[in-house]
Design a protein around this ligand. Structure first.
Ligand code: NCD
Length: 333
């Protein structure tokens, strides 16, 4: 059965975004409006972070059923810099492990007037399932769904690319590594394709390539040098061992030798190529220290942009709730 990616459910009756479950189905104009708002929230390192009160009085609950550092913290900072109250659930000791269903957990939080659920889970389709069940004023934001989708990561990757290299239409972007198991690769590729990327390459050993019915339009390379040659952007991905049977996982040393991005093979890319990685990095496996910390790396910029992108998404979603309220003439939506 095809997974429900939430494309149909993420809009309200007026066609506005109510949830962010997937980047699939968003128009270029919608992506650009989120990216422009995110750019407005970006501040130079050393400056005070952007703040406003767009989420004053709202409550955002972070529900991460899978480990996360940067995504969870950046959603928390984004919400609190917009004036929201944030609750982080400690899900290792939470009710789900005691057998309470996800919906019961959500209904409990909803009864405490939570307005936005930020969710990460290994179960495909869960964000869309939850979105179909929450009260009309509640929004669900997907912070990582199985291997399928990670929409805010896709947005922050594209924001970083635009800041460093300009419009994506003229660029050749190579995504390298474990693409088969990567939700980041899927969401970033969707955003890049919608925005008319010049060329998208997926570069991986055959075992880590996605099926043929995915990444339509991308060029497939199973030799690293071919995939890197002349690329303007190189995105390295870690091996997602948690999504593979141990027997199928590649050996880290062999992967590093054949697929690791190093200053040596990065010379094949364009001289001013920019390097991305969503983190967490396995230094010395998919990326060398020299590249991760070198002048072509935009990895810290991605993290900075992550907060700005999540601010933009939260502000947009909450503004749309207010618009629905106005249209409903003050009646509850
Ligand atoms: C990624 C994720 O969790 O999907 N990390 C992130 O959100 N920044 C990628 C990964 O875990 O490798």
């Amino acid at each position: 059965m095809k997974t429900d990616n939430g494309r149909e459910v993420q809009r309200d009756q007026g066609g506005r975004l109510r949830h962010l479950l997937t980047l699939e189905g968003l128009s270029a104009a919608e992506l650009l409006s989120l990216l422009d708002l995110a750019q407005f929230y970006v501040r130079h390192p050393g400056d005070l972070p952007a703040r406003d009160q767009s989420l004053a009085g709202r409550t955002v609950a972070n529900l991460f059923f899978e480990p996360s550092t940067r995504t969870r913290v950046s959603f928390e900072l984004a919400a609190s810099r917009l004036g929201a109250q944030v609750v982080n659930l400690d899900l290792h000791s939470s009710s789900r492990v005691k057998g309470e269903s996800v919906l019961d957990t959500l209904y409990t939080l909803q009864a405490m007037q939570v307005d936005v659920f930020v969710m990460r889970d290994s179960q495909p389709g869960l964000p869309a399932f939850v979105a179909r069940h929450v009260q009309p004023h509640v929004s669900v934001l997907n912070a990582g769904e199985a291997h399928l989708s990670h929409p805010t990561q896709g947005l922050l990757d594209v924001l970083t690319i635009r800041q460093r290299k300009g419009d994506v239409g003229a660029l050749s972007v190579a995504i390298v590594g474990d693409i088969r198991h990567s939700r980041v690769a899927r969401s970033t590729a969707t955003a890049l394709s919608t925005l008319g990327v010049g060329e998208l390459r997926i570069v991986a050993p055959p075992a880590l390539m996605p099926d043929q019915d995915e990444f339509i339009g991308a060029r497939r390379h199973t030799v690293l040098a071919d995939g890197l040659r002349g690329a303007d952007v190189v995105m390295a991905l870690r091996i997602q061992r948690e999504r593979m049977a141990d027997a199928n996982a590649p050996d880290a040393d062999a992967f590093c030798r054949e697929w690791g991005i190093t200053s040596g093979n990065l010379r094949l890319a364009a001289p001013d190529a920019v390097v991305l990685h969503p983190g967490p990095m396995n230094r010395g496996v998919e990326i060398s220290d020299e590249v991760a910390d070198g002048p072509q790396s935009a990895i810290c910029q991605q993290v900075t942009n992550g907060v700005a992108v999540r601010m933009a998404v939260l502000a947009t979603i909450v503004r749309n709730v207010q618009l629905r309220n106005i249209e409903a003439g003050g009646r509850a939506v």
